[in-house]
Design a protein around this ligand. Sequence first.
Ligand code: MG
Length: 270
Amino acid sequence: MKAIGVLVILGMLFSCKEKHIEVESIDKNEVQEVVYPEYTGEEPTKPEETELYAPVPPIVIPGEGNRAPSDAIVLFDGADLNEWISTKDSTAAPWYINEDASMTVKNRSGDIQTKRNFGSIQLHIEWRSPSEIQGENQSRGNSGVFLQNRYEIQVLDNNNNDTYVNGQVGSIYKQHIPLAKASAPTGKWNTYDVVYHAPVFNDAGKKTKSGTVTVLHNGILIQDHIEIKGTTPFIGWPKNVAHGKAPLRLQDHGDNSRVSYRNIWVRELE
Ligand code: MG
């Protein structure tokens, strides 16, 4: 695959030179495969020998603040829950929409998930635990962001509220302890910025490449390209049943956690 990527890109470079055509972009996953032909020859003596003009990266216009950039899929901007359904029966998502462009878990109504299915993504999501403290340990401001409907990034009000560290805020639930606890004060908004690469399964259903995830919590690195071991169950070891693209899911923990979310968008990476 690498060799093919290299050949494709070298071919594009040479064809550009000869035919004077512009290549606007190529598969993002192949960009890293660029190998300069000069690497195998003599040391370059001119700067232009190591300067590339293709492939040209696409233009993406950033959103103001943390708002969605121009090429993102907006999953929630406060207007409605049209991108979401109830996980348990696929009816309209029953969570509350608030006047401040956020939504709040409707306790015991069940999880909600996107109508769309996703593979590898960049995700931005903001969450807030209620300022009125109720419960303790895993029952205080507990929710979760499930990548591909399976792999939970824990959401929890962990302020003055200890729990097992592989289930604390920002953990990959019961798999990866976060590098730091970077929570905003209880009742204030948090951001998660996530880069997720989905696992790969072969035709026989065996996992041939683990998923990976990087998470920034309020701009602080808490998961550094970690390898996802499998599903993230409350009881039991991680499981690896083959799957394709799947929804993003948000957890109703089933207690009085009343976690809110806002400003959710993704950029598809493949
Ligand atoms: Mg949770």
